[in-house]
Write a protein that binds this ligand. Structure first.
Ligand code: 0WK
Ligand code: BGC
Length: 884
């Protein structure tokens, strides 16, 4: 309606208004270009060329209402320095005590020596403190410095370049935190520490944040313009190994400096830029910042006057003076007559109307472009958090800003005007910094016992080797916690095995029955998974083996094998004293099994008895093997160099091919035999006590085999979740997690499953997903909490992988020495849900293994078909040898 009316009046004004109006579809384009520019700034490859600089601020958290203490803030503003002191009580901080003082800046100081500027700021702090605090009290200070800085930490920021009329010497390229701290020390204010520097946008974001209503975006659209937002830290590639979220200072004022706004720039904008102190720079700011709006209008009026569309017959010389039209004029143009006359112009009523139209067009364009920028930020946040819809609070320090809804309909943004500038926000940043630093000290102290040094792991390796030697010795075997059980498997597959076999696989997450056909063209298998209910695992032995027979019969029925008696290989993944390939006496249950009447029994006999009880046709058990042996054999079929089997699943264990001459517990000196180490029990004799933390003791105390399987309880899937749960509870108790709020659900045993670790530690997982997992446990987690939970999971799983590496290093080093080799090259067949599902377990294990056994080249070969196949191969080897 507005535009239509003017068109009728004068073509030149129409063209000017059209040029100054950016239609919605063009704003969509601008939003798209801003999104691209933001991604360019975030990426390490393209950051240097980016004009929207996306500077990391190292602010990774928003206030949570528990911040306490006295804080000092100094804010460098356009024409003054503001000092502020805030006292936080930590009870939500709804109404903190605030006092402040403004110190006008001497006119020339902005173009003088940098030292003089910082001395002036420090003197303001001294004067301010003289009235409000005692010199003894340490006072952390937050510094609001609204210029683009390359930050490498919260308290380390190098000025990239001045703007807004500042050009002090000897500051660009320097660490301004250091400059301020030395100026403050010069004032003998040694109780004042500059702990954080932030951009004014960050201060605005924090000022608008309230307990439970954090603000995650801020917009400054004043003299200049800029914005910041909480980005997913892994996207802020310029910030080393940041996790969780980090506030990014966009410095979007430079948007368009690469020409990406040229198609919306008007001749008036070009003039404003040419006459500015930094032509070609800050093109977006020169369209949006109120510092320039008056200039744009001035050039538009001059142009229109030249086209005889305005001020016909009256002089407009006054308009040729730079900056004669102030922002206030433009924003309050409703009083055009008086404003223009005040400038010495004689405007007609029509002139006033047209000047108002131009002013409104310039202001609306600025607001619309600001909206396009904000829409780009909101869409970026929604996409990087993998959300359909997004709700977010936006702190706004602007008189200009209007709406963005059309440009980002999928984002519901609540605009929170920042009432008293950035001072409060800066105090909150300082308070959050101190809270995080204190929390970090608590976390480091609590996690330290779970972090093993290289020397610790070397010690575990040496202890494992010693226990292995003891375990192999006929005399010393009983004193070893690593039982080194002979398996009677003396060779790995050579590919000549043939035949059809039944195989059972008991002891892992699932019980599997398989039929395995070993043929010329390879191995063909069919299998079925059966559940072993806890009641059966912890019931009677009879019930357990009856259940196994029922599953076998069900399988044979389904596979139409009821009338065949196939040789059977039985993977029985518990510590057994093998008395032969088909005779194994159970030494103890592990992994939550405790079926009665089994320990001390030959498990093959128990199976046969159950078959009789169930009138089963009869089983031809030719081999019973441990799952480590089955896994070694299974992988050995693919890779003949596979001479070690490793399981990292519900439980953990390893086996390897030992020289018979070293196996003191079995007659014979020739060849090799596979030894089932049963390393899960490593440390049961106390040799690992120095490495057990309170968390490990808490976990062990609640198991049905307390004091047993100590090494396993540091490593395997059955226990890692429990260790994490106890660590989280301790962090809650220390008030550094979930704000110390009690978490009843977290008191529940096994509620924090080990599979959660694998999900939570997945690279690039949006923190939202971590929060979702915690939400399912009724844990209301902040982003910070989610990062801390991730760190606890990483710490616990890394320790497990490194301890595994220390054990394996002892094995490969022994094999190398056994064989008198300078360098051993060997393959390890690996299976187990934790090893297979955890995103970093394998690589962490390999890395530490390389460090601990540098003279061994170890290939970790993941078993694809489980140890059932291996059991069938052992049966095939036994069957082949039996027929010889
Ligand atoms: C799959 C093997 C089985 C072994 C299991 C261990 O076929 O013999 O016991 O891996 O992993 P888990 O199922 O305990 O994670
Ligand atoms: C058992 C081992 C088994 C390992 C992996 C341990 O608890 O004692 O026999 O190899 O778990 O399943």
């Amino acid at each position: 309606m507005y535009v239509f009316m003017k068109l009728q009046q004068h073509g030149g004004v129409q063209r000017a208004l059209l040029a100054l109006t950016v239609p919605l579809e063009t704003l969509q384009v601008v939003k798209g270009r801003m999104l691209q520019a933001m991604c360019k700034g975030l990426s390490r490859q393209t950051h240097a060329q980016a004009n929207v600089r996306m500077l990391p601020t190292y602010i990774c958290s928003v206030p949570d209402g528990t911040e306490k203490g006295d804080l000092l803030v100094v804010e460098l503003c356009q024409s003054h320095v503001r000092t502020l002191r805030m006292t936080l009580s930590g009870n939500g901080n709804q109404s903190p005590k605030v006092m402040y003082k403004i110190f006008d800046m001497p006119g020339d100081i902005k173009q003088g020596k940098g030292e003089a500027l910082f001395d002036f700021i420090a003197q303001c702090v001294r004067q301010f403190l003289a009235g409000v605090s005692s010199p003894q009290q340490r006072l952390p200070l937050g510094f609001v410095f609204p210029f683009s800085c390359r930050q490498t930490g919260l308290d380390k920021a190098e000025l990239i370049c001045w703007s807004k009329g500042f050009s002090c010497s000897d500051v660009e390229g320097k660490d301004v935190v250091q400059l301020l701290q030395s100026a403050i020390n010069k004032q003998e204010l040694c109780h004042v520490d500059v702990v954080a520097l932030m951009n004014d946008t960050v201060g605005t974001m924090m000022t608008c944040s309230t307990e439970g209503e954090p603000c995650e975006v801020a917009l400054v659209m004043g003299m200049s313009t800029n914005s910041c937002f909480m980005a997913e830290a892994q996207q802020v590639e310029m910030a080393e190994n940041a996790s969780g979220q980090m506030c990014v200072n966009t410095e979007w004022g430079y948007f368009g400096d690469d020409g990406s706004l040229n198609d919306i720039l008007t001749p008036y904008d070009q003039r404003v830029d040419q006459e500015s102190a930094n032509p070609g720079e800050k093109r977006f700011e020169k369209l949006v910042g109120s510092l320039y709006l008056g200039e744009i209008v001035r050039h538009a009026l001059i142009a229109l006057a030249a086209e005889k569309a305005l001020f016909i017959g009256s002089s407009i010389d006054v308009l040729r003076t730079k900056d004669v039209l102030k922002t206030q004029h433009v924003l309050e143009i409703s009083k055009a007559q008086s404003a223009l006359e005040a400038l010495g112009l004689q405007p007609s009523e029509q002139d006033c109307c047209r000047v108002q139209q131009i002013c409104r067009a310039v202001v609306s364009r600025a607001a619309a472009l600001g909206a396009a920028g904000l829409a780009a930020i909101l869409s970026h946040m929604r996409q990087s958090r993998e959300l359909e819809q997004m709700m977010v609070n936006v702190g706004v320090d602007s008189k200009l800003y209007q709406g963005h809804r059309l440009l980002a309909p999928e984002c519901k943004a609540t605009l929170l005007p920042s009432v008293d500038g950035t001072g409060r926000g800066a105090a909150m940043v300082t308070a959050v910094t101190l809270r995080l630093a204190a929390q970090r000290r608590e976390v480091e102290q609590l996690l330290a016992p779970l972090r093993l040094s290289h020397a610790d792991l070397e010690r575990v390796q040496v202890l494992m080797r010693r226990e292995m030697e003891l375990g192999l010795g006929r005399e010393s075997n009983a004193n070893s916690s690593v039982r080194m059980l002979p398996t009677y498997v003396c060779s790995t597959p050579d590919g000549t095995e043939r035949g059809e076999f039944l195989a059972l696989d008991l002891g892992g997450t699932n019980f599997r029955v398989l039929v395995v056909r070993v043929a010329q063209d390879g191995i063909h298998m069919a299998s079925e998974i059966y559940v072993i209910p806890t009641t059966v695992m912890q019931g009677t032995g009879e019930a357990l083996f009856d259940h196994i027979i029922e599953c076998i019969m069900d399988f044979q029925l389904k596979q139409n094998l009821m009338d065949q008696i196939l040789p059977l290989g039985f993977t029985f993944s518990f510590p057994c004293q093998q008395l032969g390939l088909d005779k194994a006496v159970l030494l103890s249950w592990t992994k939550g099994f405790s079926a009665s009447g089994c320990v001390g029994q030959d498990v093959v006999h128990l199976l046969r008895e159950a078959a009789q009880r169930k009138q089963h046709l009869g089983l031809k058990v030719v081999a019973v093997v441990n799952d480590t042996v089955g896994t070694m054999m299974s992988c050995g079929y693919e890779d003949p160099k596979c001479e070690i089997g490793l399981i990292v699943g519900t439980g953990t264990n390893a086996c390897y091919m030992e020289e018979m001459e070293n196996v003191g517990t079995v007659e014979g000196e020739q060849g090799r035999m596979c030894i089932n180490m049963e390393w899960g029990a490593f440390g049961d004799n106390g040799c690992l006590d120095d490495f057990f933390t309170n968390f490990d003791r808490l976990v062990d105390e609640k198991t049905i085999n307390m004091g047993k399987q100590r090494f396993e309880k540091l490593i395997s899937g059955m226990y890692l979740g429990e260790i994490v749960r106890h660590v989280l509870l301790a962090l809650v108790e220390k008030q550094v997690l979930f704000r110390g709020k009690p978490c009843p659900k977290l008191q529940t045993r096994d509620i924090f499953q080990t599979k959660f670790l694998s999900t939570i530690e997945t690279d690039g997982l949006a923190l939202q997903k971590v929060r979702a997992i915690l939400q399912d446990l009724d844990l209301q987690a902040s982003f910070e909490d989610s990062i801390l939970v991730q760190e606890v999971c990483q710490t616990v799983s890394l320790r497990a992988a490194q301890l595994c590496a220390a054990g394996l290093a002892a094995v490969v080093e022994k094999m190398r020495e056994n064989r008198g080799l300078a360098r051993l090259s060997v393959t390890v067949g690996v299976d187990g849900t934790l090893y297979k599902m955890h995103p970093h377990f394998s690589q962490n294990l390999q890395k530490m293994l390389r460090d601990l056994a540098p003279n061994c080249t170890v290939t970790l070969l993941q078993s694809e078909d489980g140890s059932g196949k291996g059991a069938a191969l052992v049966a095939a080897v036994a069957w082949r040898e039996a027929e010889l």
